[in-house]
Write a protein that binds this ligand. Structure first.
Ligand code: FES
Length: 125
């Protein structure tokens, strides 16, 4: 069996939503100290809905695939739903990751949460 699923390879080769959002409403940046990979997620939010999301990931193929999938999963969803995104859900949507690559999907969950947190902090009144 191949180490990586077709979906992982697809999102690695053709990542969705790559880039940055200049006037983002929330930005989350996280890293993994062991592998040194960094993931940054930008959110555009209108009326509590994630209307646009982009990512910049300096990391391994699984981290890129996880970021790409995570952005697809939260686009068009409410901020509350984005906050509920788990790394398990990202991994399942990718049809699995090798066990030593599960931490790459954890980065995606953490980056989305950090971006939502940033949004909440900026809009606290
Ligand atoms: Fe660390 Fe993939 S090896 S994020």
């Amino acid at each position: 069996m191949a180490l990586y699923s077709e979906k992982v390879m697809d999102h690695f080769r053709n990542p969705r939503n790559v880039g940055m959002i200049e006037d983002a409403d929330g930005i989350g940046e996280v890293g993994n100290a062991r592998c040194g990979d960094i993931m940054k997620i930008y959110l555009k939010i209108d009326d509590e809905i994630v209307t646009d999301v982009k990512f910049e990931t300096f990391g391994c193929g699984s981290a890129i695939a996880s970021s790409s999938m995570a952005t697809e999963m939260i686009k068009g969803r409410s901020v509350a739903e984005a906050l509920e995104l788990t790394n398990q859900a990202v991994t399942e949507a990718l049809d699995g990751l090798p066990s030593h690559k599960v931490h790459c999907s954890v980065l995606a969950e953490q980056a989305v949460r950090a971006a939502v947190q940033d949004y909440y902090e900026r809009h606290r009144s």
